[in-house]
Write a protein that binds this ligand. Structure first.
Ligand SMILES: N[C@@H](CCC(=O)NCCCC(=O)O)C(=O)O
Length: 267
């Protein structure tokens, strides 16, 4: 009888969030976890925001892919030499200290990376880019934040168009409509400013806000998106294809690793 194929492990980055009474919780929205289980077909592994205490080589020796999640918190502008954040800024220094070095190490070994919302911002900063801290205050830009007075389910509905570069790597994955247009949801106040030298822009909103990037020189799959495909990973055809492409890259990485350590996976 053929041996069951072990599912690959996909790391999912957590936030460190304060709760009542000064306790902190490592937390991840269930939607990322569900998307990794259903649309990627992998075992989700939550990665706590423990900064220097994380053992990156040990972690990466067991991971087959990495999902960088969204979060209401913002990357500390000190990481991209930006002006100090405003007093009402929500920060997560433990998450910054965890994800930024992890991204660089993951990319170095060719680990597939899917970076979502705060994730694309972290990817850009980790590789030397910078962020706009308040996109809606820039001339000609839209407000890309969601209306917090609305029910959460409505806040994740598609609300503006993006144009996907027809000659990029993302177009054949997402299969946008005519003119490279497709609708996405939008729950961010920050956005990519100076794009890291190793990243290329794959999609933009009508106002020029960067909506997706890839990394042509990466050994593996590296895609960042500013929207939230995890909202409807099976129902929305673009999201489904994005997670499928990531899953294929994850399985290829896992099989390659399995080959190197000398045990066989049976298809
Ligand atoms: N804080 C950053 C990143 C925005 C972001 O990731 N939003 C996701 C909110 C929903 C969630 O918790 O997943 C910004 O404002 O640009």
């Amino acid at each position: 009888m053929p041996e069951a194929v072990p599912r690959p492990f996909v790391g999912i980055t957590a936030c460190l969030k304060p709760r009542d009474g000064g306790f902190f919780f490592h937390s991840v929205s269930r939607r990322y976890v569900d998307a990794v289980v259903s649309a990627v077909d992998a075992v989700p592994v939550l990665l706590p925001a423990i900064g220097d205490a994380q053992d990156i080589p040990s972690l990466l020796s067991r991971m087959d892919g990495l999902v960088l999640t969204g979060s209401p918190s913002n990357v500390d502008p000190a990481h991209y030499n930006g002006p100090a954040a405003r007093p009402d800024n929500e920060a997560d220094p433990a998450r910054d200290a965890t994800t930024l070095p992890l991204i660089r190490a993951a990319i170095q070994i060719g680990l597939p990376v899917l970076a979502i919302c705060r994730g694309i911002q972290e990817l850009n900063v980790a590789l030397g880019g910078s962020l706009h801290q308040h996109v809606q205050e820039l001339p000609g830009r839209f407000d890309h934040r969601s209306d917090k007075s609305k029910p959460i389910i409505e806040r994740f509905l598609p609300c503006h168009a993006i144009r996907v570069r027809p000659d990029g790597v993302l177009a054949p994955i997402l299969v946008p409509g005519e003119g490279g247009l497709m609708m996405v949801n939008s729950l961010h106040g920050q956005g990519l400013d100076r794009v890291a030298p190793s990243l290329v822009v794959e999609a933009e909103a009508e106002d020029g806000t960067i909506e997706a990037v890839s990394m042509p020189e990466a050994k593996g799959f590296v895609i960042g998106v500013q929207w939230h495909p995890e909202y409807a990973p099976e129902e929305d055809p673009h999201s489904k294809r994005l997670f499928k492409a990531f899953g294929d890259a994850v399985r290829a990485f896992a099989n390659n690793r399995a080959g190197h350590v000398g045990f066989q996976r049976v298809a």
